[in-house]
Design a protein. Structure first.
Length: 277
């Protein structure tokens, strides 16, 4: 069965109550897991970037905006308890080694490598050493970049799954290049999923699954008009429910590839071919 991940990311806007509502959204839609993003701001961004001006609900600098979007360790404890209560897996894509080490205490089932971190070899080694099943996004990366990452995970015997993605937010449909799913499967002999950032409902995840994607990740939001760079490329309640419903039906629709007369066709066959007998 296709594994469906609801990417909360930073769409909670630093508000634990919004985060819990997004968990509820994922559970009610039938998703398998929710995912968050974790950064140690001073390690991911330079002082020049953090001091640059940026208006946001939290202030007038990049630092204030990025700090405002982060959840504290105390809040992740709440997330952990809430996801356990709602019976849904949760995990995090960490953007730096300090965050990865910090999140180990929660003993989540999975890890995630964000596309931006695919070439961060120190972080990749740290993740691979944990030997947790890891979803690896491959946006803005070359085959060579992916090869180097895969080498690390195979060296540490860490199970993994690549995820085809385009790192544009939102992504134009013509840039989806979904046939790369097949390319990655053939090249790396591993499972390949799809992580989408498009604005169009859920067409691409459906196509991705028909191409063999074993996992689907889509950003979710309470309202696409909310503050945040990821909100516009996210699914709201109705779109998420429909996507999950249709993804779950694909296996039935694709069938077993064997051509045969279906049981439901037999009465029709008798009726329409009776004159030929």
């Amino acid at each position: 069965m296709t594994y469906i991940i609801a990417e909360i990311g930073i769409n909670h806007n630093g508000d634990i109550e919004i985060a819990k509502k997004l968990v509820d959204l994922a559970v009610d839609a039938g998703c398998d897991a929710v995912k968050f993003q974790k950064r140690t701001i001073e390690k991911v961004y330079s002082k020049e970037v953090l001091d640059a001006p940026r208006d946001s609900p939290w202030g007038t600098t990049q630092r204030q905006q990025k700090e405002g979007l982060e959840l504290s360790e105390k809040e992740y404890k709440i997330i952990n308890a809430y996801c356990n209560k709602r019976k849904i897996e949760w995990f995090v894509s960490c953007w730096d080694t300090a965050s990865q080490i910090q999140m180990r205490k929660f003993k989540t089932k999975f890890n995630k490598v964000a596309s931006a971190m695919l070439v961060h070899k120190k972080l990749l080694k740290l993740i691979a050493e944990e030997k947790k099943y890891t979803f690896i996004s491959t946006g803005m990366s070359t085959i060579k970049d992916i090869e180097e990452a895969v080498k690390i995970f195979r060296k540490y015997k860490c199970p993994f799954e690549l995820m085809h993605t385009n790192s544009t937010y939102p992504m134009p449909l013509e840039d989806a290049n979904l046939n790369v799913i097949t390319t990655l499967k053939m090249k790396f002999k591993c499972s390949v999923g799809y992580s989408g950032h498009e604005t169009s409902s859920y067409l691409l995840p459906i196509i991705a699954v028909t191409l063999g994607a074993t996992s689907i990740e889509r950003h979710i939001t309470l309202d696409r008009a909310m503050y945040g760079s990821d909100q516009a490329a996210s699914l709201e309640k109705t779109g998420l429910k429909r996507m999950v419903r249709d993804v779950r039906e694909i296996k039935k629709v694709l069938g077993n590839s064997k051509k045969s007369i279906q049981d439901t066709e037999i009465p029709v066959q008798k009726k329409l071919r009776e004159i030929l007998i």
